[in-house]
Design a protein around this ligand. Sequence first.
Ligand SMILES: NC(=O)c1ccc[n+]([C@@H]2O[C@H](COP(=O)([O-])OP(=O)(O)OC[C@H]3O[C@@H](n4cnc5c(N)ncnc54)[C@H](OP(=O)(O)O)[C@@H]3O)[C@@H](O)[C@H]2O)c1
Length: 204
Amino acid sequence: MRIAIVGTGNVGRSLGEALSKSNDVVYGSRRPDEAKSRMGNANVASIDEAAKNADMIILAVPFGAAKEAIHEMHGAEKGKIIVDVSNPLDKNFKWAKGFSESAAEEIAKHAKDAKVVKAFNTIFAENMKTGQVGNEKLTTFIAGDDEDAKAKVMDLARSINMEPIDVGALDKARYIEPAGLLLIELGYGKKLGTGIGINLIKSS
Ligand SMILES: NC(=O)c1ccc[n+]([C@@H]2O[C@H](COP(=O)([O-])OP(=O)(O)OC[C@H]3O[C@@H](n4cnc5c(N)ncnc54)[C@H](OP(=O)(O)O)[C@@H]3O)[C@@H](O)[C@H]2O)c1
């Protein structure tokens, strides 16, 4: 699959490392030349070029920059899957959403003709490279309104060693996003570090 990863920060690079083993990954950056010099021989393009040539777009930018990043796609996102990985924090690293809204739903309003799927936000960037902490596979909670798009993102998660759990329609991101905040609070607030993760236990 051709995957555009928009954003060349911690999540973009970690997911890119994992996904490029079996996919054609191109990064979309606000400053592709600067990003290229930072990222060795990675394939980096402008945001619209990356999105135009991709089957799926992973939006790996801060929540506050999502609207602008979608705008920069200049319509190339139409009909495509956009994976929203964000944890909606404000400039002071405080929670920017309540329980009657979510970042994913807001992103879907900005990308009306795309199929938005929530995923990966409850996994610290460094653990995205392997999909696990220690010997344990990490769970990634998935939400989206388009069943086919959701299935494709779940397959993608499995391909990088994660355990996807379908939580339901996109508005279920209202439950998934606070779980990201819980992880951030434990990792940074309670100083457990980023070598932690969520693994949903099932009896069968
Ligand atoms: N870090 C984690 O462990 C983690 C885990 C799960 C989810 N998330 C979520 O994943 C997303 C990315 O997090 P990250 O840790 O990768 O962030 P980051 O290291 O700060 O990288 C974000 C990237 O987004 C791009 N970007 C576009 N517009 C931007 C703007 N206005 N301000 C800053 N960067 C902008 C930049 O790439 P260019 O300069 O190339 O354009 C930047 O490198 C966030 O929504 C976060 O909540 C993070």
